[in-house]
Design a binder for this molecule. Structure first.
Ligand code: NAP
Ligand code: G4F
Length: 384
């Protein structure tokens, strides 16, 4: 009998990688998908189509929402999952300042609804639960690097909602002897990272600027530092946590931290554009210091004639500043390495390269399909 996994947040970055990973391990996978007025399944469409071709479908979904307990109870009862991965969340830190109550409901109480459903349905001894906790819990960091023992100090409605999710998971583990774990995951990215998180915003801009569809990239705080890993490595850690003999919480991180400004440099360098940064705060600018024409041509298929030395490509817009910021994250994943045997396989350099190349291909494809220029820079979603 194959194991059954239920993944909330199946349409998100991690949901799509985890579904792929578990299907390859022979699991039957059920995904909770919320209703949307436009298609929201692009990350899992290929997986779904492949699965349907094989004759014995193992990938299923149902409509649901973390704010709707009745629906959560109904489907957990029907599916009787061996493992639940609670990945659904309003996951954008800046947006959580605009939607604090909803974020608390979905990210905080949503976790409780999953735990309660398992308890009410008498599945506490059958169903193992993974809770998507986050390095945002550390917020105003109390220790460097951050470990499972570092005290939390969240700095956003998102972080505070996730703090509730973290502790209610610990509480249900202790109160009802449930197999429930927190993965305290540091930032992880990929070519299918949400377009308004900073890494993807940057790699999309590299593609658009180098192909001539965007002039300038506006960013917020360039000094913040993040410990960035690859989502593919991080979903493996989620799976490993639920295969242990006893439920525990784990930090998942690379142990390397990089400033946003340096990520920008690395991403533009990938297409042969060298940047210099001048000025401070809101007056800081990133300008072209050099162009490696051969690299540019090999990566984009174009000559860089629309770009000039001294041209401004990066500007700071205080719109993107957050009311309270998390300045530095760097994790120590020694416990995960020792107990789970987990080890990240991707370097930051490899990931930046993969993301830039993927976005260059995407922009070329979109441009070809639309047969004309379009200014991605002015899309509504860029206001994040
Ligand atoms: P993501 O790409 O933003 O995906 C979030 C998923 O949750 C999407 O499928 C979204 O559906 C769904 N969702 C949002 N609100 C929902 C609701 N009320 N009910 C049901 N589904 C809902 O996030 P991710 O990067 O994959 O992250 C996965 C989880 O890990 C999240 O809980 C996030 O907070 C946490 N986390 C992420 C990171 C990271 O660096 N990526 C680090 C630590 C923790 P739509 O597709 O319809 O929007
Ligand atoms: O990419 P970000 O939006 O990710 P953030 O806030 O670190 O949150 C992500 O990682 C968390 C794990 O630590 C997850 F729990 C959470 O769900 C999410 O996946 O911002 C990273 C940094 C911030 O300091 C932000 O101020 O980049 C800075 N930044 C600078 N300019 C920007 C921008 N962030 C965004 N989104 N857009 C900008 O223009």
């Amino acid at each position: 009998m194959s194991k059954i996994a239920l993944i909330t947040g199946i349409t998100g970055q991690d949901g799509s990688y985890l579904a792929d990973y578990l299907l390859q391990k022979g699991y039957t996978v059920w995904g909770m998908k919320r209703r949307s007025s436009s298609f929201n399944t692009s990350r899992i469409d290929a997986l779904f189509a492949n699965d349907r071709q094989e004759g014995n479908p193992k990938f299923h979904y149902f409509y649901g929402d973390l704010t709707d307990a009745s629906n959560i109870i109904k489907y957990i009862q029907e599916i009787q999952p061996d493992e639940i991965y609670n990945l659904a969340a309003m996951s954008h830190v800046k947006v959580s300042f605009d939607t604090p109550e909803y974020t608390g409901n979905a990210d905080g109480l949503g976790t409780l609804r999953i735990l309660e459903a398992v308890r009410i349905l008498g599945l506490t001894q059958k169903t193992r639960i993974y809770q998507a906790s986050t390095s945002e819990l550390y917020g105003l960091v109390q220790e460097v690097p951050q470990t499972e023992q570092t005290p939390f100090y969240p700095r956003s409605p998102y972080g505070v909602a996730k703090l509730y999710g973290y502790w209610i998971t610990v509480n249900y583990r202790e109160a009802y002897n449930m197999f429930a774990c927190n993965g305290i995951l540091f930032n992880h990215e990929s070519p299918v990272r949400g377009e308004t998180f900073v890494t993807r915003k940057i790699t999309r801009a590299v593609a658009n600027i180098s192909l001539g569809f965007q002039g300038v990239l506006s960013l917020g705080n360039l000094d913040a530092k993040r410990d960035w890993g690859h989502a593919k490595d991080y979903v493996e850690a989620m799976y490993l946590m639920l295969q242990q003999d006893k439920p525990e919480d784990f930090v998942i991180a690379t142990g390397r931290t990089t400033a946003i400004r340096d990520f920008v440099r690395m991403a533009f360098h990938e297409v042969g554009i060298m940047l210099d940064f001048t000025g401070k705060g809101a007056d800081e600018k990133g300008i072209i210091a050099g162009i490696d024409r051969d690299l540019f041509e090999s990566q984009t298929g174009l000559e860089p004639d629309h770009l000039n030395i001294g041209q401004e490509l990066i500007q700071v817009d205080p719109f993107y500043f957050r009311p309270t910021e998390v300045n530095l994250l760097i994790g120590d994943a020694t416990k995960a390495k020792t107990k789970l045997g987990w080890q990240p396989q991707h370097t930051l350099e490899e990931m930046v390269s993969e993301m830039v190349q993927s976005d260059v291909e995407l922009v070329k494809r979109n441009h070809h399909l639309k047969n004309g220029g379009f200014l991605i820079h002015n899309k509504v979603e860029d206001l994040m």
